[in-house]
Design a protein around this ligand. Sequence first.
Ligand SMILES: [Zn+2]
Length: 125
Amino acid sequence: MNFKLPIEFWKWLKRIWGFLTRIGRIRFWIDQLQRQKEWAQIRENYFLINAPGGAMVYKSKGSPEHYICPACYANKQHGILQPARDSTGESYCPTCNARYPINPQESSTGIVLDSDDSEKTSDEL
Ligand SMILES: [Zn+2]
């Protein structure tokens, strides 16, 4: 059996395919614009600071006070830094695993190490 579709069918299929491709591109740009709008709203809630531990991170303007990762911020992501719960005073980003010195480093004796390596006890601060 020789099954042959008319040329009009292939032209119609090509037009449908082009139409679907254009819809896909439009959908992609609508999604991009939506993401930019959402990021602009998130970005409004943060400002760049030099944390007590020396890291340059973004801090929340409102409550609860928190910091977000500057590397993720540059990629329009919202990585909220979590305390590492060790003596380094560092926090880590659960999104990219980067670590930042948010709080001053504390030794096991309770002595807070200043950024210029001089030592002060917690009572002196
Ligand atoms: Zn990050």
